[in-house]
Design a protein around this ligand. Structure first.
Ligand SMILES: NC(=O)c1ccc[n+]([C@@H]2O[C@H](COP(=O)([O-])OP(=O)(O)OC[C@H]3O[C@@H](n4cnc5c(N)ncnc54)[C@H](OP(=O)(O)O)[C@@H]3O)[C@@H](O)[C@H]2O)c1
Length: 221
């Protein structure tokens, strides 16, 4: 698959390297061309402008800081339709880390819904926002002998591609519903981030008891 990436930071390095290893053709578009070029060289991808990355991908990952979201989408030509017909994966955290409040948009909507508003025709999916970049660098991401489950939510037309991209990292896709469910995925990530900032392992909170493998994992702790 051809994958364009908007952003050249930690998440791009972690996720795109896995997709390159899985045989995908990745083009990284960055605000700072030198940073995108160096990153692309490190992981075996190509580099270009934000617009080139948007126009390249069957799938396009947006991996920029919230403060740069709108500027990045505009530079990529999203409002003009460059992302139309493509699966657009938003991995961003809509959080103000000064007080861990959730950043929301029109009518209390999510960052992913804002991406969809700014990207007419795109099949927007929220995914990969639940775990730290260090987890996405794992090959494969396995926790307590279980493959990492990756909840994703969004446009039904983007879900097959999202499943492929999650599976190709060695993780398990978990369909969490339509784009409105991104509001919950973004809120969930804030709990995880707050725990990490406070020095807690989120697994100590999210280790629910249930029959099967999860229960075994809990009894072994
Ligand atoms: N890091 C994690 O563990 C993690 C985990 C889950 C989700 N996320 C989310 O994934 C997204 C990417 O995270 P990351 O850790 O990869 O971020 P990062 O390394 O700090 O930066 C990613 C990209 O954002 C661009 N950027 C930053 N501020 C910008 C601005 N004001 N305007 C335009 N572009 C700007 C940077 O451009 P330059 O190259 O020009 O600086 C960089 O290419 C964020 O929304 C983050 O919340 C991160």
């Amino acid at each position: 698959m051809k994958i364009g990436v908007l952003g050249a930071g930690m998440m791009t390095e972690a996720l795109a390297a896995g997709w390159v290893s899985a045989g995908h053709d990745v083009l990284i578009g960055g605000r700072t061309p030198g940073r995108a070029a160096q990153l692309a060289e490190r992981i075996g991808a190509r580099a270009g402008t934000l617009r080139e990355a948007a126009e390249f991908g069957d799938a396009v990952l947006i991996a920029v800081r919230l403060a740069g979201l709108e500027e990045t989408l505009r530079a990529a030509g999203a409002p003009e339709g460059t992302l139309a017909g493509r699966t657009v994966i938003d991995c961003g955290n809509a959080v103000d880390v000064s007080d861990f409040s959730q950043v929301t948009y029109e009518g209390g909507s999510s960052m992913a819904e804002q991406v969809a508003r700014l990207s007419p025709g795109a099949h927007v999916i929220k995914a990969f926002n639940q775990a730290h970049a260090a987890v996405w660098r794992m090959r494969p991401p396995v926790v307590d002998d279980r493959p990492l489950a990756v909840p994703f939510a969004g446009d039904p037309d983007g879900k097959a591609t999202a499943r492929t991209l999650i599976t190709d990292l060695g993780a398990e896709p978990l369909d969490a519903g339509d784009i409105t469910q991104a509001r919950h995925l973004e809120a969930m990530a804030i709990i995880v981030i707050r725990l990490l900032f406070s020095g807690y392992d989120p697994l100590s909170v999210f280790a629910f008891s249930s029959p099967g493998r999860t229960g075994e994992a809990i009894t072994s702790r």
